[in-house]
Design a protein around this ligand. Structure first.
Ligand SMILES: [Zn+2]
Length: 202
């Protein structure tokens, strides 16, 4: 379950001299400006607009923006333009950007490494395969014979990439005894087509 919502934080207090519409006194009116922000699990994600409350210093009447007389409203609108949203309200977005960058960089590293491994297959390599039917399974390389790669296919397929873990847990018994052979170049072709999605080498 993802907990999310919006909260508000006071970001400014402005003291104005104006006539109060309630008590009629020409005196100080405090304008409290709030910044609303979206949060996910209480981590501020991004700002979502401002709001304000005014309070007469004399009669203590407080007004929300929709109740403010034109003069007060104008002061609030002016204040909204100049008061910036605090940077910490973007924390979630910043974290997300960092996380995505890390994932993208790691994925690139893995792809680069696999691009090397696929050119030099070795006995014991475990290949993660995506079938044309969008199923996932494992192949295991038994032997390299010149340009031929001898491998066995796992007995099971799974419809989720994460399901491969279960297949791995079955160990050696999960693989068929029948052996297949392909040319090394074929392995590279599988990788380029995205059918060979990962290579595990111990
Ligand atoms: Zn007043």
């Amino acid at each position: 379950m993802i907990i999310y919502g919006s909260r508000a934080k006071q970001i400014s207090k402005i003291q104005l001299m104006d006539k109060c519409s309630n008590c009629g006194m020409d005196n100080r009116i405090d304008l409290y400006v709030f910044q609303k922000y979206a949060h996910v699990f209480w981590i501020p994600f991004f700002p979502i607009g401002k709001t304000a409350v005014s309070q007469c210093d004399h009669c203590k009447q407080s007004l929300e923006p929709k109740e403010m007389p034109p003069g007060l409203m104008a002061s609030y609108k002016e204040a909204k333009k100049t008061i910036k949203s605090p940077f910490w309200m973007f924390s979630g977005l910043a974290l997300l950007a960092i996380l995505i960058t890390v994932i993208v960089v790691n994925d690139k590293k893995k792809q680069d490494k696999n691009a090397q491994l696929v050119l030099t297959p070795k006995a014991g390599d475990l290949l993660e395969i995506k079938t044309p039917e969008r199923q996932y399974t494992l192949y295991k390389i038994d032997q390299i014979n010149g340009d031929s790669v001898l491998f066995r296919v796992h007995n099971y397929e799974t419809n989720k990439l994460s399901g491969l873990r279960e297949l791995k847990e079955k160990g050696e018994t999960g693989f068929s005894t029948e052996q297949f052979a392909i040319h090394k170049n074929e392995l590279k072709a599988w990788f380029d087509k995205g059918e060979l999605i990962d290579i595990e080498r111990n």
